[in-house]
Design a protein around this ligand. Structure first.
Ligand code: SF4
Ligand code: SF4
Ligand code: SF4
Length: 239
């Protein structure tokens, strides 16, 4: 039941993607930086960082439009992926993007203003037929990558937003701020492996939970493992 409820916002979010696309755009933030403007997308990335200090990567499990697309793809390819290898690709691309962003802000003589509707004056991202080209290309990129790579393949390899959330989770941990996490009662576990198979982020849940909670910042708090565990060894909790 919980998983059915969880899928409602991510599918609605996917349907609204033509409206919201620019607010996730790495290009819009760079274009804004070239003019010394903090755009809506950069504001959203900052909001992701802040919220993840308290709620981890719940955004990825419960809200993101690409989460909706990824879950649809999982009906076609639901193989676990090599997270470490894909992370190298993701962080390499993120470093280049972040470097260009900072360079643009410096070249444009610093930040001159904030415009949440930068390049989205109507408030709707796809507000002209030609913009559907960008929209479908983005969808195609995420769809094909996920189908070819496996579970959340595009999230694991391409996403420029997740590093903001990983940073937020890490800051929360370092500052000992209470965080929403998946807690584990290790004594109940019978090593059945069901959680490992079910996890959309290919986390080895049975191993990662040995300290009494899921440690990795890859966890998107979807609760698939919680709902799958036959021994009720996993629960949501505050760490
Ligand atoms: S990893 Fe990126 S694309 Fe995937 S659900 Fe999270 S924010 Fe969305
Ligand atoms: S560990 Fe559990 S809550 Fe975290 S991503 Fe995997 S299935 Fe979802
Ligand atoms: S599903 Fe539950 S019992 Fe099975 S390995 Fe995972 S935590 Fe242990």
């Amino acid at each position: 039941m919980r998983q059915k409820i969880r899928r409602i916002p991510i599918y609605i979010s996917l349907l609204l993607f033509p409206i919201t696309l620019n607010f996730f755009s790495p290009y819009v933030s760079i274009d804004g930086a070239m003019n010394g403007i903090i755009s809506g997308s950069l504001l959203l990335f900052f909001l992701m960082f802040i919220t993840s200090i308290f709620f981890g990567r719940a955004w990825c499990g419960w809200i993101c439009p690409i989460a909706g697309l990824s879950e649809m793809c999982s009906y076609i390819n639901n193989k676990n992926v090599n997270v470490k290898r894909l992370k190298i690709i993701r962080y390499s691309m993120f470093t280049i993007w972040a470097g260009v962003l900072v360079a643009m802000i410096i070249i444009s003589d610093g930040i001159k203003g904030i415009d949440p509707l930068y390049l989205t004056e109507t408030g709707i991202s796809v507000d002209a037929p030609v913009k559907y080209i960008t929209y479908y290309l983005v969808l195609l990129l995420f769809f094909v990558t996920t189908i070819l790579v496996g579970k959340r393949g595009a999230c694991q390899s391409l996403c420029w937003m997740s590093p903001f959330m990983v940073a937020g989770v890490t800051v929360g941990k370092l500052l000992h701020i209470p965080q929403l996490r998946i807690k584990a009662d290790v004594s109940k576990c019978v090593n059945c492996n069901a959680c490992n198979k079910k996890c959309p982020m290919s986390i080895p849940v049975g191993t990662d939970m040995k300290e009494g909670f899921i440690k990795t910042s890859d966890c998107i708090l979807c609760g698939e493992c919680v709902d799958t565990c036959p021994k009720k060894a996993l629960t949501y909790g505050i760490k």
